[in-house]
Design a protein around this ligand. Structure first.
Ligand code: ADP
Length: 366
């Protein structure tokens, strides 16, 4: 691969240049330099190997000829437009040959773009195995758990029926124990269901069913679903009406609804009785931002980055109204990112939290 020739003052001495060249050729990362017409000017050995080309055959070819995928041209053009910025988006994963998966990262320069190619075949294989394992495990656990739940319900009913008959007495302790088994199996069933959801979403981030979605319907629906829980917790749940009306976005209605329910559920769960939770949406020209604000216990600064990790809980002891699984927010993040959006939180311990989700409007949005 030939080195870029820029300012002569920056040109390294000959031996240094040979060293550098050797280093670039030894690198496991594929490196390519393209001019503004997207014609390859230089490519190292790894680039040829990753794209399954014979050594020395890439220079002079166009990006389309090299990658055989028009989405890569878009990624490179976007990086060039970003002027020095890099673009590694969801569409930058390239399939080569039978089963190789390569991620392409592009950085725009004055003369064109630099491309780095990374082989992620093994990583994707391990991710798939992990997701399949969780999927299988959750399936296997769900059946016996449902049976235990059913048996507990039957047992509780039987206890009520026999109590006081034929000298049988059901003590408060027995009742209490059966009720506890019921609550704990309920938590297990919820955890297994959420694990299954997460595994499914990780396995196929493309399984979103996109359509034009009225945020009014989604937001009202989610608030209604949480109404009874909020009342039980003594929390006031409010939906703020947007001044310019509700926007329509290109999204998977069920998933966005699930995301909102997760955020609202947490907001209510971590509020004190008498507290208020509000949900609102703000529209920008190309995106919408949905926020859920509470005035509850808040999140310590040190935990802010970690709450979106799976199974992460700030403090296992402090949850009111039943334990959680620590999966709700990682599911929410998956849904947001699956839509090309992002999720973040602003919070102050003791004062409350605001979770926000930004979703691009997409084609057909209004
Ligand atoms: P779960 O609520 O089931 O524990 P989540 O993934 O939804 O799991 O949330 C992870 C953790 O983030 C929670 O256990 C809690 O510590 C913290 N958290 C989430 N939402 C809030 C909130 N609105 N206020 C305070 N803490 C929160």
């Amino acid at each position: 691969m030939s080195l870029p020739r820029g300012d002569p003052r920056n040109t390294p001495p000959a031996s240094e240049a040979t060293d550098l060249q050797q280093l670039i050729d030894e690198a496991s990362l594929g490196l390519l330099r393209l001019d503004r017409r997207l014609i390859i000017q230089a490519a190292n050995a790894a680039a040829h190997r990753l794209l399954e080309r014979r050594p020395g055959t890439l220079v002079g070819r166009t990006a389309m000829e090299a990658f055989v995928d028009h989405r890569m041209e878009d990624v490179i053009r976007r990086a060039m437009a970003a002027d020095g910025g890099s673009a590694a988006s969801a569409g930058s994963e390239l399939r080569v040959g039978r089963d190789r998966v390569v991620v392409l990262r592009a950085r725009g320069t004055a003369g064109g773009a630099w491309i780095a190619l990374e082989d992620v075949t093994e990583l994707r294989r391990l991710q798939r195995i992990r997701a399949e394992f969780i999927d299988n495990l959750s399936h296997e656990l769900r059946t016996p758990l449902s049976t235990i739940r059913l048996l507990t319900e039957t047992l509780a009913a039987d206890m009520e029926r026999v109590d006081g008959t034929q000298g049988a007495t059901v003590t408060p302790r027995m009742r209490d124990r059966v009720a506890k088994i019921d609550v704990e199996t309920g938590h297990l069933v919820q955890m297994v269901t959420e694990l299954l959801d997460l595994a499914r979403m990780e396995q196929a981030s493309t399984d979103l069913t996109l359509a034009r979605v009225s945020l009014e319907r989604v937001m009202r629906g989610a608030v209604e679903r949480l109404r009874a829980f909020a009342e039980r917790q003594g929390v006031v749940l409010e939906l703020e009406e947007p001044a310019g009306g509700y926007p329509t976005i290109n999204a998977d209605e069920e998933r966005i609804g699930q995301l909102l329910v997760n955020l609202l559920h947490n907001a209510v769960k971590f509020s004190s009785p008498g507290g208020a939770v509000s949900a609102r949406v703000a529209s920008a020209p190309r995106s919408v931002t949905i926020s859920v604000e509470d005035h509850g216990i808040g999140i310590p600064r040190a935990d802010l980055d970690r709450v979106f990790e799976r199974f992460y809980k700030v403090d296992k002891a402090r949850t009111r109204g039943g334990g959680g699984t620590g999966l709700g927010l990682s599911i929410a993040r998956h849904i947001a990112e699956g839509h090309g959006g992002r999720i973040w939180v602003e919070s102050e311990e003791g004062r409350g939290s605001t979770f926000s989700v930004e979703i691009p409007m997409g084609e057909g949005g209004a």
